[in-house]
Structure formats: C-alpha cells, structure tokens
Design a protein around this ligand. Structure first.
Ligand code: NAD
Length: 478
C-alpha cells in the first residue's frame, strides 16, 4: 500500500513530517496510518517538478506520443483495478463493485482524451486593415486538481486526462478521506512512461488544498467538492495569481415525474439509481416532484423499493452489497441530524434512522411533503434521503424545480417528447436527463448552473479549459 506522496515519479515522505490515518466506515478499523500529508515545501516541490516537466520533456512530445502514454496508463489501470479497488472501498465504504466502475470511468477518461491530443485546431481570419490573424491554442501550463471522496478515481481521470492530452502538467490532491487508491496510481503513471513531473499526486486536507489554490506557480485549478470549499478556492485563486478556476460543486437536483411517465422506469431511477453509492452523489435527484394524480401509488411503490434496498445494506467487500456505509463518522452525524430535523419538517414515509448498531450505516429514507423552507428540502444532505412533493401543472413543477440555489442536474419523466424538451429547456441546470438519471459520459460537458459550479469538465469544453488562446496578427504590408 502506497502512503507516500508521488512527486517527480518518486514516492517520497512529506517534508512536513505530518501524517494522517484512514479508517474503515464499516467497522471503524484502521486501514492505513502514516499517510503522508503535504505541507508547503511538498507542494512547492510538486509545482517545481510539474514546471520542469512542462518546460522540458513533456513539451517535446507530439500529440500522438502523449496519446500512447495515456492509452498505456488506461490499460494498466484496467489491469490493476481489482488490486486498487479494495483500497478505495476500505477507506470510503464504497461497495467494491462501485469502485471498480469508477476506476473504469478513470481509464475511459484517459482513452477518450487520448483521442484529443492532435485534434485542437486554431482559426485564421482574412486580412482586415492589412493584418492577417491566426488564433492558436496553447497549453495553460502547470495545473492542479482537488477532489471529493465520493468518486475519487473518476475525478482524477476527468481532470488529469484532459490536461495532459493538451500538454499541461498536473498536481492532484484527492480527499483526505480517500488517499490510498490515488496514491497507488503513481506506480502506473511511472510504468506507463510519463516523464517525471507530468503527473504528481499528493495527500492532505483542506490546508494542502489551500496551498494549491493560492500557489503562484499554478496556472489553473479544477476543484470538485462542496460550495463552501469551492468559494474558498476561488477566493485564494483571485488573491494569488488569478489562476483559472473550474468548480464542480454540490447539488440538490430536482426530478419531475409527469402522469404519463413510464412508472416502472421512474421507480428504478428513484430507488436503485438514487441510492447508488448510498446517495452520496452530487447529481442524485434528491428533490422529487410527482404529479398529484399518480403520487399516492408512486409513493407507496417507492416505499416498497426502498425497504427492499434496505436488505442490500452490507459490508463493502461483500459482492452482494448494494448499499455500503456512509464515508465516515462526520458524514454519518450529518445525515442522522438531517433525518431528525426532517421528522419535524415533513412526513416520514420510511427509514429515518441508523441501520444496525455498528458502522456508519443509515436506512434509505423517504420524506413526503416537506415544508417549503424545510432544511431537508433546501440543503444538500449527501446520503440516501429523498424528498417528494406533488404538483398540479407543468408550470408549477418547473417553478419548484428551479427554486434552489443549486443547478447541477435534473430529471424529467414523461412519454411526451415535446413536453420533455419544453421542460428541459426551462430547467436551470447543467444537465437534464429525460427518462433517466445520473447519466454521465466523457464525451459531453459536465457542470452546474448557479452555485453548483463554474466552467465544465468533459467533452470539448473540458479539454479547451486547459488551453490559453493566442491571437497572432501579421502585418501583410511589410
Ligand atoms: P469538501 O469541499 O469538504 O472537500 C473536497 C476537497 O476539497 C477535499 O479534497 C478537501 O480536502 C478539499 N478542501 C476542503 N477545504 C478546502 C479549502 N479551504 N481549500 C482548498 N481545498 C479544500 O467536499 P467533500 O465532503 O469531500 O465532498 C462532498 C461535496 O462535493 C458535496 O457537496 C458534493 O455535491 C460535491 N461533489 C460535487 C461533484 C461535481 O462534480 N459537481 C462531484 C462530487 C462531489
């Protein structure tokens, strides 16, 4: 198990002398101690390595040469996924098959962006006032990423693959709750043949994150996490060198179910998909709006599904487990607290408490008809807790769906294509799923409206955000 920082293609102890420990939320047992925590000198060393690589060997590789390394890394990741997945699963409580899926998304991200290395064209404009103009794109330079713990390897992939595809170099800091799988990736970075300094992986909490956000040697930072920390990153970036910032933040995503919807499909998406990763997903549709004519039947059927899923709660390393524990004691206290508050704000349909007597397990929970100002309806809980309200008209449903400070994702369930597209057009969110939920593909933009974020990852937008644009004017009269 790697617990050291991965800087300049070497595993090294932190100069800070600080370490952290990781515990298993299934039984609170120790998973790892002495995980090295980066301090300022370590962040400086990672930035120096990334800068040297950016100016040196990495800048000399052609696009197809970069692709080759990226594809090799993806193959190595697939090959070693079964060894890496338990490290993540033990630290986060994520069922091992969920971590396997996330590792698959990571290798997919490297394969997808390996196809972009030689596809970035520029522009040219005809002569105006004697000047001919060429617009070209250049890698932004040294970049950093900070990630949340709920899909840790995937965030590593989305950010780093896009950056290195266009010739940037990278320093990645995952969450202090999930450092082990990420640190294991250093060995694969080296084996794939990336020159030293191209991809650096460090560990630490918000303090290490702040050091990255405020570092004068970093040109861009991509952050995935809470709105609170995202705003801090933005602030530090502005106060230091005005580095470019992409923010992938929280959500309280709405889902609208019309009376003509395929109810079985809607039930699958609001139970199985919603409860995926024990509801710890930024895009989980936790505010459900059901047309009043189908609401009683829908709520009854969803209650039965949630109660069935309660039987799939189990140890993360058991292949039969669908619902693992919450990530740690802090998250457990937070979700339990929301459940208690919710009992005074809405009608509890099912769940509402701890599952079992050990580990950080909670029951899948449904609240009906929360008050308009209910905290369980307004705030991101990040657990298996869904709220349901009813509506009469399309306009009312859209208004309720948009009445939030978030705007990450949304769902619309209907068999009318025109209604689906009409409603999708009026929803204020970065992603809208029609008759689906939690969809994600590297080929399209991912990100939020309003306080759910700024900028986009994925697809063309994701890769373009790692480039600067330069206009070269040529005086045609000389
Ligand atoms: P968090 O904000 O507490 O931590 C995220 C990361 O930021 C961690 O690596 C942490 O060490 C770091 N950090 C904390 N304070 C910082 C600071 N002041 N400066 C710099 N870095 C700092 O979030 P979390 O609890 O790890 O994750 C849950 C949150 O992430 C939820 O709000 C969820 O919706 C959001 N999230 C968003 C997306 C998305 O793509 N939009 C994906 C997953 C999770």
């Amino acid at each position: 198990m790697q617990t050291q920082l991965f800087i300049n293609n070497e595993y090294v102890d932190a100069k800070s002398g600080e370490t952290l420990s990781v515990y298993n939320p299934h039984d609170e047992s120790l998973v790892a101690e002495n995980v090295q925590v980066a301090g300022q000198a370590d962040v400086d060393a990672a930035v120096a390595a990334a800068k040297a690589a950016f100016k040196g060997p990495w800048s000399k590789l052609t696009g197809p040469e970069r692709s080759k390394l990226m594809l090799k890394f993806a193959d190595l990741l697939d090959k070693h996924a079964t060894e890496i997945a338990p490290l993540e699963s033990k630290a986060t409580g994520q069922p091992v098959q969920v971590t396997m899926m996330l590792l698959g998304m990571t290798s997919s991200a490297f394969r997808y962006y390996a196809g972009w290395t030689d596809k970035i064209a520029g522009e040219q404009y005809p002569v105006v006032d004697g000047n001919y103009k060429i617009v070209q794109h250049e890698p932004i330079g040294v970049c950093a990423g900070i990630g949340a713990w709920n899909a840790s390897p995937a965030f590593f992939g989305f950010k780093i693959a896009a950056a290195v595809a266009v010739g940037c170099t990278f320093i990645y800091k995952g969450s202090e709750k999930s450092p082990l799988a990420l640190l294991a990736l250093g060995d694969l970075v080296k084996e794939a043949g990336f020159p030293p300094g191209v991809i650096n992986i460090i560990s630490g909490d918000g303090r290490a994150g702040s050091m990255l956000a405020s570092h004068m040697g970093i040109n861009k930072i991509s952050f995935t996490g809470s709105v609170f920390a995202g705003k801090k990153v933005q602030e530090l970036a502005a106060k230091s060198n005005l580095k470019r910032v992409v923010l992938e933040l929280g959500g309280k995503s709405p889902s609208i179910i019309f009376d003509d919807a395929d109810i079985e499909n809607a039930l699958v998406h609001h139970s199985q998909n919603f409860l995926f990763n024990t509801g710890q997903a930024c895009i989980a549709a936790s505010r459900t709006f059901v047309h009043e004519s189908i609401a009683p039947k829908f709520v009854e059927a969803l209650k039965a599904r949630f109660e069935q899923f309660a039987h799939t709660i189990g140890a993360p390393d058991d292949p039969k487990t669908f619902l693992g524990p919450l990530v740690d004691g802090k998250q457990f206290e937070r979700v339990m607290n929301f459940m208690e508050i919710g009992k005074g704000e809405a009608e509890l349909v099912t769940g509402g408490g701890r599952h079992g007597t050990s580990g950080f397990y909670v029951e899948p929970t449904i609240f009906l008809n929360p008050k308009d100002d209910a905290r369980i309806y307004r705030e991101e809980i990040f657990g298996p807790v869904i709220t349901i309200r009813t509506f009469k008209t399309e306009e009312e449903a859209i208004e309720m769906a948009n009445d939030t400070e978030y705007g990450l994702s949304a769902c619309v369930f209907t068999t009318s294509v025109s209604r689906a597209l009409r409603v999708a057009g009026k929803i204020e969110s970065g992603m809208v799923n029609i008759n689906s939920s939690q969809t994600f593909g590297m080929d399209a933009s991912f990100g939020g409206y309003k306080q759910s974020g700024q900028g986009r990852e994925g697809g063309r937008e994701g890769v373009m955000s790692y480039l600067e644009t330069k206009t070269i004017s040529i005086n045609m009269n000389v």
